[in-house]
Structures are given as C-alpha cells and as structure tokens.
Design a protein around this ligand. Structure first.
Ligand code: PAF
Length: 284
C-alpha cells in the first residue's frame, strides 16, 4: 500500500516536521504548486530526490497573483486526486493551508520584484502577477524552512523572478529549475490545459512546434528578427491571439539580437478561446 503524505494545514506543524527531518540529517525539498497536479509536478518531486531525502508539496491557489479578470475561482481544485498522486510519488508532506493561514487579518506586506519581473513579457499582460507570486513564494520558503525548492521551467520568467528574489532577500533555500514535461505531441503540461476544447487541444500543439522550429532556424544561422516575425505569423494563422513571441537572453531575459550575445531563450504567450498558454524553448 502506498503511504499517504503527512497533511499540514498550518505552518507550525509543518515546521515541526521539517525540524525533525533536518535534525535527523535529512534535507528537505519544497515543491510549491497550486494543485491540479499532473506529471509535470511529479517530475519536480522526482528531481528533488537528487538533493533531498524529504519532499513537501505545497498546494495553495494563491489569490494575490490573480487579477480580477483572471481564473482564480475557476482554477481547477482537485485536492483528493492530488493527494493520491502525491502518495503514489512517495511525497512526504503536503502543505495545504487555508487562505486565513497565509493571509491572516491585518496582513499588509508586499514584495515589489524588479529585474526579470519587469522584462516586458508576462508583466506586460499580468502587471501585478509577479508581486503576488513573489509574495507567496517568499512566504512558502520561509514557512517551510526547506533546504531547496523546485520550480518548472515552463514558467520561465517566474523562475527568473524567484531566483532574483531569493538572492536579493538572502533566502538560504537553493532554487532549482526543472525542464518542462511535454505531452507526446509536444504541448507543455499545464494545469490550465484542462480548459482546452478538443479542437483547441489539437491547435495548441502549434506553440511547441513553432518554438522548436524557430530554435532550429536560429541555430542554423537565420536572423533572430526574421525568425521571431515568422513565428508570430504562424501562431496567429493557427488561430491564436498572440500576446508575444520573443527571443531573450536566457539569464537576464534582456532582448537579444543574435547568438553572439549569449544563450537565447524563446518565449511565447498566446490565447486560444478563453485559455492563455505560455511556453518557452532554449536555442542550444
Ligand atoms: O507556478 C505556480 O504554480 C505558482 O505560481 C506558484 C509558484 C506555486 C506560486 O503560487
């Protein structure tokens, strides 16, 4: 029988368990999530095994990172199914706080991330998103006292913001990025994929295909500006409303015109019906 993870509803109980594990010489990894777990999340737990004996997955749909027009109330909440997946993956703990535990009466501190949070990508379309995301991630890292934390590369700008914040605020937790897990046709796994109709699901594969082909073309010497323009046209022709398709310096996320300026990451965000999809690809 698979063992159930310990369920922590409050910070003090989680911290006690973490202190015991660490006292026994066991490193602890935190995998922050908003639930609706899929194989991509499970790959984060697996990746954490290389660095930590214990894994805690947090499940909290964080209200402060959603704009009023976004999908906070519709966001999939599948706690029982999530727990079964965590048990199957051998996860040790699940931190699932109520909103009142995270943001008690009187809570009033904000984080204003700069640097990669202002790169002109997601921040152009979701202006307050990274402030809310950084706020909850800073809290989760502090609450858990984890030795290391694992995040998917699918949210590439998010990962850059978290790395910057952890460095700037002297948060001792080591931050790791894990490559995106994809469906067999290439679509990046995401909790929001459940919103796609059958027709949209078939169209959605365009994003990863265009990213892959564009990376190949840049590697083969095509001018970045031409490749990016063509990619935008292809994505629009496939029925998406394109928010952006950009080539950026992989670490700083600064605009980049060619491979001579350093490693390139291609990043895209586009909407299909009511679903907004993001993805990215390295040029290597
Ligand atoms: O990537 C996510 O699921 C969320 O932004 C995170 C990091 C769990 C913070 O709420």
């Amino acid at each position: 029988m698979t063992e159930q993870p310990l369920i922590f509803r409050n910070i003090a109980v989680m911290r006690r368990a973490v202190a015991q594990w660490r006292a026994a010489g066991e490193a602890v990894a935190l995998i922050p999530t908003m639930g609706a777990l899929h194989a991509g999340h499970i790959s984060l737990i697996k990746a954490s095994r290389e660095n930590a004996r214990r894994a805690i997955v947090s499940i909290f749909v964080n209200p402060t990172q959603f704009a009023p027009n976004e999908d906070f109330s519709a966001y999939p909440r599948t706690f029982e199914a999530d727990l079964a997946k965590l048990a199957e993956a051998g996860c040790d703990g699940c931190f699932a706080p109520m909103a009142s535990e995270m943001y008690p009466e009187g809570f009033s501190t904000k984080i204003l991330p700069g640097g990669p949070a202002l790169a002109g990508l997601e921040d152009r379309f979701r202006p307050d998103h990274f402030a809310g995301m950084a706020q909850v991630v800073a809290k989760l890292l502090n609450q858990s006292q984890a030795d290391c934390a694992f995040f998917g590369e699918k949210d590439f700008q998010q990962l850059a913001v978290i790395r910057r914040m952890a460095a700037d605020l002297d948060i001792p937790t080591a931050i790791f990025g894990v490559p995106t897990l994809r469906e067999p046709d290439g679509l990046a796994m995401s909790s929001r994929n459940v919103y796609l109709s059958a027709q949209e699901r078939a169209q959605a594969v365009t994003l990863s295909r265009v990213l892959r082909d564009s990376a190949k073309a840049i590697r083969a010497g095509a001018p970045v500006v031409d490749v990016v323009a063509r990619a935008g046209r292809e994505i629009t022709a496939a029925g998406f409303a394109l928010d952006y398709f950009e080539a950026r310096q992989a670490q700083s996320l600064a605009p980049i015109a060619g491979l001579a300026e350093g490693p390139i990451r291609l990043l895209v965000a586009a909407r299909l019906g009511r679903t907004r999809l993001i993805d990215n690809w390295p040029v290597e």
